[in-house]
Design a protein around this ligand. Structure first.
Ligand code: BES
Ligand code: ZN
Ligand code: ZN
Length: 505
């Protein structure tokens, strides 16, 4: 469903629409809605009581009304205030998701949306409008490319009119525009990840990057498999060696006009399908492995948004993209490879391929660019997904200042992170007798997500660096109404955009 969002002067709220939507706190009082609702639906108190609607988070109440300019009223529950006397903003995002998902059930195609008070969440009006746009656009996403008998409801548009005071309209306009750009970029990332590996090859994803570069004036370089091999990217070469499809090494650059601006690096793991290679995965684990390019998708899609939003920092984005397949030519357990920075590793398990392609990308970016900070996103380990589940990405870093920036961006954007350890204790886990490193951690150290981060650390020189493991958060996330529980989330796009846009020197 396409969601079309506009700002509308509150005074013109008498326009004809299918529904009027209101947000309510848990145990709200109907008296606040005397004028707006009660006069069109005298029984409302009883109806709400009968349905036992109290405004709990994730709850919704819909009823038809008579004599109003809208056919239905919709109440969306925000839940209760927390210990700090504010409502968690995420409750609002999910309520918006609920709204967008509920409308088709009643053939509602236009809604007047009464914004909740920003003070309820302790945020600014601009932030509220921006996130309303991002979230409703995200909630409208549905991966339906291959449904030949498409659901008619899915093809229709939903118009959402956000009611604001006339004098605030121009003020909120930029929040709305930003939100639409970010929401679209998130959905782009989701649509690339959702495409199965037979429809989204390394060349296809690289083509999207190239198109974005053309559209938004970004510098773009794409190295082919031959070039990757010649440049000495032994990790990416090894992983790509089993696949008949050419691998790609994509570089996108955004440069600000600002003098002496800092430069941030984004790196994303782009495995369009992870079979495990010769260390092949069991069938259940392989089922969703088209998702293994989610880091690359996030990094490329965020550049689409940033190309339009023009942050005051330079951004270098790199995505090593390949399939991981078994074949007569694939890399074998015991093989030793040399990475772009000259370090070597014994590949004991070909399913730990993410760190191999990232090793070359991190080496390349730290060698060729003077970075002030570097962040990578990767669906790197099942261990991280087991540890944190689907609602927090794992954050690994030894740089507290940069970690603070990333954690702040996570909190404001809704791409939540949780820090896990990365300390010297774990580092011997990836040491090897016959090469500098081994691509799986030694057994006694356990902590598979941390030992994977330890491996990556050998390739980031001394640049302040954060690694985000998005294995649990990239795909099939339940209960979040603005995601779909059977598809990609676009995790990381909102965070990266926020990080770049709010960078203060
Ligand atoms: N792509 C997987 C990790 C993954 C698991 C992503 C679940 C998304 C959901 C990665 O390449 C992998 O296979 N990692 C191995 C590493 C192990 C062999 C050390 C894992 O986690 O089992
Ligand atoms: Zn793997
Ligand atoms: Zn993988």
């Amino acid at each position: 469903m396409r969601v079309i969002i506009t700002l509308q002067d509150k005074k013109n709220r008498d326009n004809k629409v299918d529904a009027a939507a209101f947000f309510v706190e848990q145990d709200f009082s109907l008296s606040t809605f005397k004028d707006s609702v009660q006069k069109y639906c005298p029984d409302i108190e009883k109806l709400i009581k009968d349905k036992r609607f109290t405004g709990k988070k994730n709850s919704v109440f819909v009823t038809p009304v008579q004599g109003a300019n809208f056919g239905y009223i919709i109440f969306l529950g925000l839940g209760k205030k927390d210990k700090n006397n504010v409502i968690n903003f995420e409750n609002y995002r999910r309520a918006l998701g609920k709204l967008v998902r509920t409308t088709p059930c009643f053939s509602i195609k236009s809604v007047n949306l009464e914004l909740p008070q920003e003070t309820v969440f302790g945020v600014s009006g601009d932030y509220l409008v921006k996130n309303t746009a991002i979230t409703t656009v995200m909630a409208g996403y549905h991966f339906d490319t291959f449904l030949t008998e498409g659901d008619e409801e899915d093809k229709t548009d939903l118009a959402i009119n956000i009611l604001v005071d006339a004098q605030q309209e121009s003020k909120f306009k930029s929040g709305l525009d930003t939100g639409l750009i970010v929401g679209d970029a998130v959905n782009d990332a989701r649509s690339w990840v959702d495409l199965p590996s037979n429809k989204m090859t390394p060349a296809d994803l690289a083509a999207h990057a190239k198109e974005i570069a053309n559209d938004y004036n970004l510098k773009c370089q794409i190295f082919s498999e031959d070039e990757v091999n010649k440049m000495g990217m032994g990790g990416l070469s090894a992983v790509a060696s089993g696949s008949e499809k050419d691998c790609k090494f994509v570089i996108l650059e955004y440069h600000t006009n600002e003098k002496n601006a800092p430069t941030i690096g984004f790196v994303g793991k782009g495995i369009t399908f992870d079979s495990g290679g010769l260390s092949i995965k069991p069938a259940v684990h392989m089922e969703t492995m088209k998702e293994d390019m989610s880091g690359a998708a996030a990094v490329i899609a965020s550049m689409k948004a940033l190309g339009q939003l023009k942050p005051k920092v330079n951004i270098i984005a790199i995505a090593p993209i390949t399939e991981n397949m078994p074949s007569g030519t694939s890399v074998k357990p015991g093989d030793i490879v040399t990475f772009y920075n000259g370090k070597t590793a014994e590949i004991k398990n070909t399913d730990a391929e993410g760190r191999l392609v990232l090793a070359d990308a991190l080496s390349y970016i730290t060698k060729h660019y003077k970075l002030d900070a570097l962040i990578d996103l990767a669906t790197l380990t099942g261990a991280c997904a087991y540890a944190l589940g689907p609602f927090f990405s794992g954050l690994f870093s030894e740089h507290d200042d940069f970690t603070k920036r990333v954690t702040d961006a996570a909190g404001t954007s809704g791409d939540y992170v949780w820090r896990l350890p990365l300390t010297d204790d774990y580092k011997p886990a990836v040491k090897c007798e016959v090469a500098d490193l081994c691509n799986i951690g030694k057994k006694q150290y356990q902590a598979g997500a941390t030992t994977a981060a330890c491996f990556l650390q050998y390739f980031v020189a001394d640049v302040p660096w954060v690694h985000l493991d998005i294995a649990g958060t990239a795909f099939n996330v339940p209960d979040v109404n603005y995601y779909q529980p059977y598809s990609a989330t676009g995790v990381g796009v909102r965070l990266l955009v926020d990080l770049a846009m709010n960078w203060k020197v």
